[in-house]
Design a protein around this ligand. Structure first.
Ligand SMILES: [Zn+2]
Ligand SMILES: [Zn+2]
Length: 353
């Protein structure tokens, strides 16, 4: 942990940038979402206001009259408006910025080789932030692309997208890309549910319109071993599927409690992935760490390719790729077997099968 200087340092990026950066640092450090929401909410409130109006409110001490601006966020705004690095921001930079994992087994080099992320969610399904906030944060992290993979219709608890809503989302993605100007691309994707019989929870027409498709099991995780194996193998044979998401469904820690891995013939599933050019996801979320190490090594030995995914539900979680990189490096998986080290054009050709 670094030191925070006593004297305020000059700060020119303005209050919205300060609030967004604080929220980002809290999210990547896995702090409570309600704390983060206060900063993101305040950023959204002042974003449309003219600079001189915000400055006047700082002067008058009336910032906290704005709905969504509280004592902490108000202090951050006031300090940034005065051109000082907000104290809270300086503290968080000192405590939380920098690599999230130790540099062992080449983890930092592997992380640096990752060009994009194939699994992320927006507030169109169960994510907490708008599409453009996810895209801009991925861009700020130096990524070349981010695949937006909101949930499919049957996952109602996560507000899964119907074919109609997904079609509307594709128009929004086009508009976001028009604004971002080409250096970064938001790619069209889905995290599609693998139904009980191994079929996919979205229309063929919509699946055909997407760039990258992650397929995951979210229901009947306790299905018996043979049925689960048939279900997963059938999904990997579907020509639309590019990435097999969090294959065991286990939860090892966190607010949702723990959950044991699903039971299936992992060798059969991974052999089918290798045969049909489906990447096995290394899900970077700390509460998932999926697949477990034993299965990760099995998939490596079977000859699979991998996708190191954040499965981010908030912008700061896009930085979770550190954790996946750490696990892939420890398992000795070569960077060229990880699809998100490939240039975007290569990835798109591969995903188009
Ligand atoms: Zn999932
Ligand atoms: Zn997901």
């Amino acid at each position: 942990m670094g030191d925070v200087p006593d004297e305020p340092q000059a700060y020119a990026a303005g209050p919205v940038a300060a609030l967004r950066r604080i929220a980002f640092l809290l999210e990547r450090a896995r702090e409570d979402t309600y704390k983060v929401k206060a900063y993101r909410g305040a950023a959204a409130v002042i974003l449309p206001l003219p600079d001189d109006e915000v400055a006047r409110m700082v002067e008058d001490g009336t910032l906290t009259d704005l709905p969504g601006v509280g004592t902490s966020s108000g202090r951050v705004i006031a300090e940034a408006v005065r051109g000082e690095t907000p104290r809270r921001l300086a503290e968080l930079e000192a405590a939380y910025a920098g690599p999230l994992v130790a540099d062992e087994h080449g983890a930092h080099d592997l992380h640096a080789a990752l060009r994009g992320d194939c699994h992320s969610h927006s507030d169109w399904s169960d994510g907490g932030s708008p599409i453009e906030e996810m895209a801009i944060t991925a861009m700020e992290l130096g990524r070349d692309y981010l695949v937006l993979t909101d949930h499919s219709p049957r996952l109602k608890v996560a507000r899964g997208l119907s074919a109609e809503r997904l079609a509307r989302q594709l128009d929004v993605i086009d508009a976001v890309n028009d604004h971002l100007g080409g250096a970064f691309t938001l790619l069209k994707g889905i995290e599609v549910d693998i139904l009980d019989d191994g079929s996919l929870d979205q229309t063929t027409e919509m699946l055909d319109r997407l760039d990258v498709r992650v397929a995951s099991v979210h229901s009947k995780l306790r299905m018996d071993r043979d049925a689960m194996t048939r279900r997963m193998v059938a999904a990997t044979r579907d020509r639309h599927v590019n990435v097999l998401g969090h294959c065991t469904g286990r939860l090892v820690t966190g607010g949702r409690g723990t959950r044991p891995p699903s039971q299936f013939d992992a060798r059969a599933v991974f052999e089918s992935c290798a045969e049909h050019d489906v990447a096995v996801e290394i899900n970077s979320r700390p509460e998932r760490r999926d697949p477990p190490t034993e299965l990760l090594e099995l998939a490596r030995d079977v000859g699979c390719v991998f996708s190191i995914d954040s499965d981010a539900h908030a912008p700061g979680q896009l930085d979770f790729l550190w954790y996946g990189a750490e696990r892939a490096a420890a398992a000795g998986i070569e960077p060229d077997r990880i699809v998100n080290t490939w240039p975007k054009e290569h990835l798109l050709r591969w995903a188009a099968k």
